[in-house]
Design a protein around this ligand. Structure first.
Ligand code: RIB
Length: 298
């Protein structure tokens, strides 16, 4: 099974000509509401691409309308929600501005996403057939504890180190790397982690040398690159598209990688599925609306 331990948000999206800098106010004609959160997005993306019933999520939402609607949305997308509990704080909310080039800036009010615990996940769910998918929008210590339990059970850990927290300690970055079978980052996150770990020049090969971790770096319109500790490198180009909204493209990629590896595809095939799925996800507004079903990808 694919178990996503992570965040659930409701996204409030305003479309602007230019994303405002500090001290600036801009006007948008209206706003949209979408289901989001990196964890929920990755769970939905994986569920649309994996065999039915393969994906579940462990998370917390608030005891509120946003939380109930978010759970209903996961269920409607075939994601198991037995481990999605009600927290004390409100459901997480993301405030997103999208500019005329479909680029975005996001502020997340974490709310109940600060409350998930590794103990929420029963030992019986963690087997050699488990693929755990993690991001960085719930408490790091809980993600790390769960990653270590999954590794102990012989399962696989895919960790999308997004966003890289300000002041992320080197010891935590090293622990994350050591607990991951596959690290997925974009180019900025890769450079940040390399700098935190004191690796000059953001060199990915140097980052994973001496570990058992494979690293995938997403590069937007350039596609994605994969690096193995044995020194292999793959590149898969992205299909050319005219994006409407790139929010959630990275999450679609991560969900697709999880679905592909869970199905037994190799790294290159997984990259190919991830790039094609992520491109299609940019053709509709919001994080989840454009995420493709398997039938659309062959
Ligand atoms: O990766 C996109 C997601 O980041 C959005 O859905 C938003 O909720 C934030 O978590």
């Amino acid at each position: 099974m694919i178990l996503v331990f992570g965040s659930i948000n409701v996204d409030l999206v305003a479309r602007v000509a230019t994303i405002p800098g500090p001290g600036k106010t801009v006007l948008a004609p209206s706003y949209e509401r979408h289901f989001g959160g990196k964890g929920a997005n990755q769970a939905v993306a994986a569920a649309r691409l994996a065999a039915p019933g393969r994906v579940a999520m462990a998370a917390r939402v608030g005891d509120d309308g946003f939380g109930r609607e978010s759970i209903d949305n996961l269920v409607a997308n075939g994601v198991g929600t037995d481990l999605v509990g009600a927290g004390a704080a409100p459901t997480g909310c993301a405030f997103i501005t999208v500019d005329a080039h479909a680029e975005n800036a996001i502020t997340v009010a974490s709310g109940a996403n600060l409350e998930p615990s590794a103990d929420d996940v029963p030992e019986a769910l963690l087997t050699a057939g488990t693929t755990l998918v993690l991001q960085m929008e719930v408490p790091f210590a809980q993600s790390l504890a769960l990653a270590r339990r999954v590794r102990q059970s012989g399962g696989r850990v895919i960790w999308n180190c997004a966003p890289v927290p300000d002041g992320f300690p080197a010891a935590d970055a090293a622990a994350l790397l050591a607990a991951s079978d596959v690290l997925i980052v974009n180019e900025h996150e890769a450079a940040d982690i390399a700098a935190i770990l004191g690796k000059p020049g953001g060199e990915i090969a140097g980052l994973i040398a001496g570990t058992a971790t494979r690293c995938i770096v997403t590069a937007g319109a350039e596609g994605a690159f994969a690096y193995t500790p044995e020194g292999e490198t793959f590149h898969v180009p992205a299909p050319r598209i005219e994006p409407v909204d790139t929010t959630g493209a990275g999450d679609t990629f991560v969900g697709a990688i999880a679905a592909a590896l869970d199905e037994g595809l190799d790294l290159q095939q997984a990259l190919d599925l991830g790039c094609r799925a992520a491109a299609l996800s940019c053709l509709a507004p919001g994080a989840q609306a454009g995420m493709p079903f398997r039938s659309a990808l062959g």
